[in-house]
Design a protein. Structure first.
Ligand SMILES: Nc1ncnc2c1ncn2[C@@H]1O[C@H](COP(=O)(O)OP(=O)(O)OP(=O)(O)O)[C@@H](O)[C@H]1O
Ligand SMILES: [Mg+2]
Length: 227
């Protein structure tokens, strides 16, 4: 599902954001990415989303090499993803339902499927009672849930959440992590960056990926330790 070999990302100003990353993530795994601010977490997600390209090395996501010049294939790859951005990127002045529906633009759903996906996703995140509310009037945690609903309504094979626990208290952060990992199944991989390292011990994950100044260390978590 995700293969990286000697992957590097250097930005135009010379910043080396990621160095020699070698990683292999299988379909259906839950991956936590931790690391200090500025360590390269968002940069790694941008590569996965095809919003940046490797400056050296190799990256393949959902069978698609992430390289320049393959725009239509990268767009297709993105259609199978549900991104949840650090700043949510909700459309202000629109309702919860409109935001979730708009997330499915350009996908291959008909309007009945779009309606059903929207209703299901909003129910899964526990916001059915706010379906017709403007997102402007929602709390931070509720906005986070709308962003999650918008992502999962796309029925993605890869859910990517950037710092979904930021600005939430401990209980809410734990709830959000549990909610996100609940979307894992054989065909759906979930990748989450978080500063909340103390919380992920309580959540069932498969891979812990730690980034420090662009260097990644990673390992599969042993499930035995949870029992
Ligand atoms: N477009 C860009 N151009 C140049 N440098 C960038 C760009 N985007 C990020 N960087 C730099 O790359 C490094 C990694 O940034 P990144 O946003 O990936 O970190 P992060 O781990 O997500 O941090 P945070 O926890 O604060 O969100 C930082 O030094 C940052 O300043
Ligand atoms: Mg970031």
């Amino acid at each position: 599902m995700i293969d990286a070999k000697d992957l590097c990302l250097r930005y135009a100003d010379g910043t080396l954001a990621l160095k020699d990353i070698n990683i292999n993530i299988k379909s259906g795994e839950v991956v936590f990415i931790t690391g200090p601010s500025g360590s390269g977490k968002t940069s790694f997600l941008k590569l996965l989303l095809g919003m940046e390209y490797p400056t050296s090395g190799y990256l393949r996501v959902l069978g698609q090499p992430v390289i320049k010049g393959e725009d239509s294939k990268i767009r297709r790859m993105r259609m199978a993803m549900g991104p949840i951005f650090q700043d949510f990127r909700l459309l202000q002045g629109r309702t919860v339902m409109e935001n979730v529906l708009l997330g499915m633009r350009f996908l291959d759903f008909n309007k009945y499927q779009m309606k059903a996906n929207t209703k299901d996703a909003i129910e899964r995140v526990g916001l059915s009672h706010k379906i017709s509310s403007s997102v402007d009037n929602l709390s931070w945690g509720e906005r986070q849930r709308v962003a999650i609903a918008r992502a999962v309504a796309r029925k993605p094979k890869l859910i990517i959440a950037d710092e979904p626990t930021g600005n939430l208290d401990k209980d809410n952060a734990l709830n959000i992590l549990e909610l996100l990992t609940s979307f894992k199944d054989n065909d759906t991989t979930v990748i989450i960056t978080t500063h909340a390292t103390h919380l992920i011990d309580n959540i069932d994950g498969d891979i812990l990926l730690q980034i420090d100044k662009g260097n990644i260390q990673w390992g599969r978590l042993s499930h035995e330790e949870y029992y």
